[in-house]
Write a protein that binds this ligand. Sequence first.
Ligand code: ZN
Ligand code: ZN
Length: 341
Amino acid sequence: MDTMRAVVYDRPEHFTVADVPVPEPGPGEVRLKVLVAGVCGTDAHLHVGEFGPTYPLTPGHEFVGEVVALGDGVDADLLGRRVVVNNCATCGHCVECRRGRPVFCRNVAAQGVNAPGGFAEQVLTDADRCFVVDDLEPEVAVLTEPVACVVHGLDVLDLVPGSDVLLFGAGPTGLILTSLLARSGAGRLVVAAPTAAKLELASARGADVVVQLDRADPEGSQAQLRALAPDGFDVVIDATGALAVLGTTIGLVRDAGTVFVYGMAAEAAEWPVSPYEIFRRELTIKGSFAQQFAFDRALSALRNGRVDPVGIITERFSLDEYGDALAAVADSSVVKAVIVP
Ligand SMILES: [Zn+2]
Ligand SMILES: [Zn+2]
């Protein structure tokens, strides 16, 4: 039997890079040779057993590959093509799918979360979840899933044109948000983050003002932001998932404004919010999770340069270096790490 290398978890915080059988595509499926797979904050949550993993698990939900084998019924034209994959197979028949909200599918099989993902030499997927990207470099195409999640975030946010927007976070997601917010009607976009090099990338993507946060002086940082918008920002976006940041959002948003929870906090984390303030100030708190129907728009944004991929991927690791890749996610000098099997 042919074998391949893959990251395999058998329980939280315990993985090996193992030789496993090369899977054979069933009807409607294709097998990809993985070219590049993105590592993201979600993988760090999965590492500790959050976000609903099932075991054994091969993570990796952002991947680009070359189609090397076809199951029955798949168009032969797909063979040899470079594709990106919507990692979520939804059931189509649960109550949420039938309401056109597959992001909440009760029976979702999410590759890299509760189904085999892309931190492997090869991976199976459904042909109808593949998008052909022969025209994009693999390190550009691998950003499609995170861009699709941002596109979905903008669907949910429903930004009023001309809004004064404060965005916390200049990691890969913060930078993609910066690119698309700057081009979708923000009147002013302020980006706040602790790392100067990442703020430079945000400026290059259209941030009007950047503020370097001082972790040792959170009150000083908040005063600096408050001085930029004494009446508050129309929209405050958290793309960090950090409770220390979330705790400042209500104090920085304008009356009748919106706090947008885009970053992923720890599952058990709680954030105290005053119901009286929400009532008295008519505040809105919104969240955005994953994506639905956004891959084609994400590809349009990447193909037309609305999202600038330059400088986002800063570290490349082999499968055997998966532990180092996970450590890189927590390293503030790294923007985004990828696995190149
Ligand atoms: Zn991700
Ligand atoms: Zn469903």
